[in-house]
Design a binder for this molecule. Sequence first.
Ligand code: PEP
Ligand code: MG
Length: 543
Amino acid sequence: MLQFSGKSVYKGIVLGPVTVFGKQDDPIRRKKIEDADVEIERVRAANEQAKEQLQKLYDKALKEVGESHAAIFEVHQMMLDDDDYLDSIHNMIQTELVNAEYAVAVTGDNFSKMFAEMDDEYFKARSADVKDISNRLVRILEGKEESSLSSDKPSIIVADDLSPSETVQMDKKKILAFVTVHGSTNSHTAILARMMNIPALIGVPLNLDEIHNGMMAVVDGFEGQVIFEPDEALCDKVKDRMEEEREKLKLLESLKGKENVTLDGKKINIYANIGSVGDIGYVLENDAGGIGLFRSEFLYLGRDNFPTEEEQFLAYKQVAQMMADKKVIIRTLDIGADKQVDYFNLGSEDNPAMGYRAIRICLKQPDIFKTQLRALLRAASYGNIAIMYPMITSTWEVERIYEIVDEVKQELDNLQVPYRLPEQGIMIETPAAVMMSDELAQMVDFFSIGTNDLTQYTLAIDRQNEKLDDFYNPHHKAILRMIQMVVDSAHKYEKWAGICGELGADPELTEEFVRMGVDELSVAPSMVLKLRKIIRELDTSKS
Ligand code: PEP
Ligand code: MG
């Protein structure tokens, strides 16, 4: 048995086979070869196999996500037939007498750099695609398996690290747990694990070379441990624990349909956070009162171009309709910082968390913003949608947002497109917004406190920096005082204030939040019933 410890992101326990999500592939070795024709034939065969894999991916994507997303696999197939690309590989093999793997990798790198340098945005975007097809060819030449997640069985994903766009592309039904060498507890991958109700460990000092696909493992989120190749006795113990957990969940199920009310009659809304339409199942399953944060930027991740107004409209409309008359708070795109999207061409920044992100992009590039607003206003006719703006620091930003919203309304009026202007609120996730909350409360319909960013900006701690996890103290008095201040400002003007950051789900603070007068907690769906239980057992009349 191989045992490692890490930081637990979600308390759960699971036993299952491992899939290594390879990122840190070994560098490709240059080898001298004797027969160039043999290597060229290997490239030809690998090319055929790559096209077959891509055809399968195309067919799968077409069924699951539609033609516009599937098209990328067609483009990759065409690129594999590109004469310049193939000639370059063949020439290198013939003139330098090097192995096929090396020739493909070097050609891929060269072409990718060449595309990246081009001015034309379309060609720039092809840079990543050339890299992708070259990696695919190299993998086939090396006899490695296709990306793990294409396996049919659910498995424990072990990786060096996972970016939000990698995680978002995974088929969630096939993931039993996450184990990563890097990553911070406040990253979006961690947030996703909580959403999915699955154990996750980060900062696990693994040597990925020792781990291989199909190995059995136990991920114990309670103890913060992962054990590879567990013996039979441990497997039996874990199976019992999994059964116990299932029983506990069943007990929580009896709270479905009940109110979030304390023994002394205080009520609070418990909503859920989601990242995509596919997450609504978790929301309904856990009986959340609404959606307090739909991170709409996930619609923009893991793809090559902007989602169209129609695509967005359909997604928002579907969420609104599935939630019937329950509130659905959709946050406008919060791209930037760790949520990087190539086609936004944001460029590199020294300090992206404090950089060009979220509402700043929307105000500087109103065309992107307006497309989303049009989709939101149109979808609002189909349910109880509210719009929420992220990363606000000043009142002028809200004024400017309202001007843009007015322009969008005017455009829709001119086109005689039906719409509804829903409630509009802001996230309070910067210390500036806290200090200005008195004035901001007069301008908006509600506040939702984003404690993840508020903590990082208040304590000056990069939430992505795993070295600082011990310093990232969301229970810091500064944060709790800020929450009280925001709630008081909202109530002064008869507005409501909620918390949608991860702190809202912290059971140790639920009582304090209720006492503070917080009106809503928006949490991972898996936490809804757990918080309901705590609230129903609380009596705030007693100190
Ligand atoms: C937050 O900052 O607390 C928040 C909810 O937004 P995100 O985690 O998406 O930045
Ligand atoms: Mg935030």
